[in-house]
Design a protein around this ligand. Structure first.
Ligand code: NAG
Ligand code: NAG
Ligand code: NAG
Ligand code: NAG
Ligand code: NAG
Length: 584
């Protein structure tokens, strides 16, 4: 029965494939979501995700499956010329792997290339072992993909691939904090898990690092759904700001509706060289939380300030997506509310800064691919200086200047009233008259120095990996022998169909950081009756999964010889048993 419906689905997919497009006309376009985007030279490139469209005039189904298809190429948009979202043209570029949602992107501006890593394989199909892909543009909106080998392949092959991590990059290093791993993000994975820690990839040396307790701005916490942005002009090495996201239990299927959320008032950020983490309380119009899956884009102002635009996202606790937008201004740590999106609620958009002062939002959805995006081609622009949403891109826009309301905040000397979390943080955000902050102007070396391992310094991985999975040690001891985490009761599976909102209001926890061990959802399961490789728990489009007997066994067990309670992951699933089964 399973295989029959699978065959039926594949058959439909093939029959339709000839007419569907990765870049449909404005009239046929319906929705796009889950793409990763970056800018190199005169082009915006974006890759991955899903799309829905009119096919021979037929409206996509409101049902989640069937209406959306994989985007099978990389796309580019020329930003050397002005366009409107109704007449914009896309170029499609071949991509050598099967489609993924929610890849992360790291951009090497100096080399003029970018990388994509992780994400979830659409419907769990055509998965490969861990791979990093590099895109080399040809300067005309095209380019080629190639695999990028790791300088330290053993470490790389052992890394968990995930989606929903908070990623960004400095000029030489890509970072991803946390993320959610599932049977669709990682080949042969048999259970879902939020990842603790942070991975760093040095784009110059191709060296990978997995820092867990050693270098995560969130310590040992497992997090997912946050967003990250590199601010180049504060601190000795620039700073990486984190916004939103959830704290998950380290073991077990991330439960997005009951997890604790990071608020957007107390922001965490870290130095990408020392990895030292800091926090600062913000003021102004603080964006509501919980908020995951929002997007960020940054703009450096002529007077050495820096503004981060934040749009949309998802409130898992109350089960809705946001249609709002905010601007965080630095060094003031003050939020200003921008007008709401004119095109409704959306999560999982990609945002990039283009044309000096414009934010380009690509795709995003309100839980369904069956409702047509009011934004033509799923594209929205926002002019940061005018503080206005637009439906056109202006290639000749003037340099970015702060919006009047933000300027006024500074000219009123409000910066003097900021209550800094520490003198070190104050020093990092000090603006000296007209000079841009220089590396030497910051930090007393005795306070910025840290004994924590640094990704760039080639610290032996052994020193940081294999460490304690701190906060859960006690629980793990209880668990002791062989545990298999069974997914939560079927009827509370998080939102398998994004079109059907689950009004799961059972939780009112919010607040900051309070990972509550009592919420660890442990259940003992017989390995013989565990589930097959599990699809991500934050689904956008996937078929519902049935519980079946037999199949994958993946277990955590405690090694009693390791005094600090290192968890070891065992994968005993024969490859041939790892069959994805769905019903429709
Ligand atoms: C992408 O390829 C898959 C598999 O061939 C197909 O089912 C799908 O319709 C394609 N997507 C588009 C947008 O053409
Ligand atoms: C992905 O798998 C499908 C069958 O599920 C196959 O038809 C298709 O050619 C594969 N695509 C790639 C890019 O490997
Ligand atoms: C990094 O290492 C820790 C400890 O071994 C592990 O729990 C974590 O999943 C690893 N992270 C990734 C992304 O592989
Ligand atoms: C902000 O969060 C940090 C954790 O990163 C915490 O140590 C600090 O006390 C918080 N500050 C306030 C004022 O709540
Ligand atoms: C988003 O979806 C919810 C229901 O899931 C609906 O109530 C709301 O009107 C939608 N909003 C927009 C802007 O489409």
């Amino acid at each position: 029965m399973w295989s029959l419906s699978l065959v039926a689905l594949l058959g439909l997919g093939c029959a339709a494939a000839a007419q569907l497009s990765d870049a449909p006309t404005r009239q046929n376009f319906y929705r796009r979501g889950g793409a990763a985007a970056t800018v190199i030279g005169n082009y915006v490139y974006f890759d991955g995700g899903e799309i829905s469209q009119l096919l021979d005039g037929k409206v996509p189904s409101k049902q989640s499956y069937g209406s959306n298809s994989a985007v099978n190429s990389t796309l580019s948009i020329d930003i050397s010329k002005s366009w409107t979202t109704s007449d914009v043209t896309f170029r499609t570029i071949d991509r050598p792997w099967w489609s993924k949602n929610n890849e992360l992107v790291w951009t090497d501006d100096e080399a003029g290339i970018f990388y994509v890593w992780g994400g979830s394989w659409l419907r769990g199909r055509n998965m490969t072992v861990n791979e990093l892909w590099k895109f080399t543009p040809d300067g005309n909106g095209g380019g080629t993909w190639a695999l990028e080998p790791a300088a330290n392949p053993e470490l790389f092959q052992g890394l968990h691939q995930a989606e929903y991590g908070a990623f960004t990059n400095t000029k030489d290093t890509g970072f991803v904090v946390g993320g959610a791993a599932s049977g669709w993000t990682e080949l042969h994975r048999a259970h879902n898990q939020a990842l603790p820690g942070m991975v760093a990839f040095n784009m110059k040396t191709k060296n990978w690092q997995n820092g867990t307790t050693g270098f995560s701005p969130y310590g040992t916490l497992a997090t997912a759904g946050a967003s990250a942005h590199f601010v180049p002009n504060f601190g000795p090495n620039g700073l990486i700001m984190l916004t939103g996201g959830m704290v998950h239990t380290i073991f077990g299927d991330p439960d997005w509706t009951t997890a604790n959320a990071f608020d957007l008032r107390n922001l965490t950020f870290f130095d990408p060289v020392t990895n030292k983490a800091y926090w600062q309380i913000t003021t102004g119009d603080i964006p509501p939380s919980p908020r995951s899956f929002s997007c960020l884009a940054g703009f450096q102002s002529s007077d050495s300030g820096y503004e981060i635009f934040l749009a949309g996202g998802r409130n898992h606790r109350d089960q809705f997506r946001y249609d709002d937008a905010y601007i965080l201004s630095l060094p003031g740590f003050v939020w200003t509310k921008a007008p709401d999106s004119p095109a409704g609620r959306r999560q999982l958009s990609a945002c990039v800064s283009v044309g000096k002062r414009q934010m380009l939002n690509i795709g995003g959805h309100n839980g369904s691919f069956g409702d047509q995006d009011p934004a033509p081609q799923g594209l929205l622009l926002f002019d940061m200086t005018e503080m206005k949403w637009k439906d056109s891109f202006n290639a000749d826009a003037a340099d970015y200047e702060r919006a009047a309301t933000i300027k006024t905040w500074y000219s009123d000397n409000s910066l003097d009233a900021v209550q800094w979390s520490s003198d070190e943080v104050r020093q990092m955000f000090k603006i000296k008259s007209t000079d841009p902050p220089s590396p030497s102007s910051t930090a007393d070396p005795s306070t910025s120095a840290t004994s924590e391992p640094q990704p760039q310094s080639g610290t032996p991985v052994g020193a940081i990996a294999g460490g304690v999975i701190g906060g859960v040690a006690g629980i793990a001891i209880l668990a002791a022998v062989v545990w298999m985490l069974m997914r939560r009761r079927r009827n509370t599976d998080p939102d398998p169909d994004p079109g059907l909102e689950v009004d799961d209001n059972q939780n009112t926890h919010g607040g900051y950081y309070a990972a509550d061990p009592s919420k660890q959802q442990w259940q003992q399961a017989s390995p013989a009756h565990s589930r097959p490789p599990v699809p991500p728990s934050e689904l956008t489009s996937e078929p519902e999964y049935a519980e079946i007997g037999g199949g994958a066994h993946n277990a955590y067990y405690m090694n009693p010889l390791l005094s600090q309670g290192t968890a070891v992951e065992m994968d005993a699933t024969p490859a041939h048993e790892r069959v994805h089964r769905g019903h429709f």
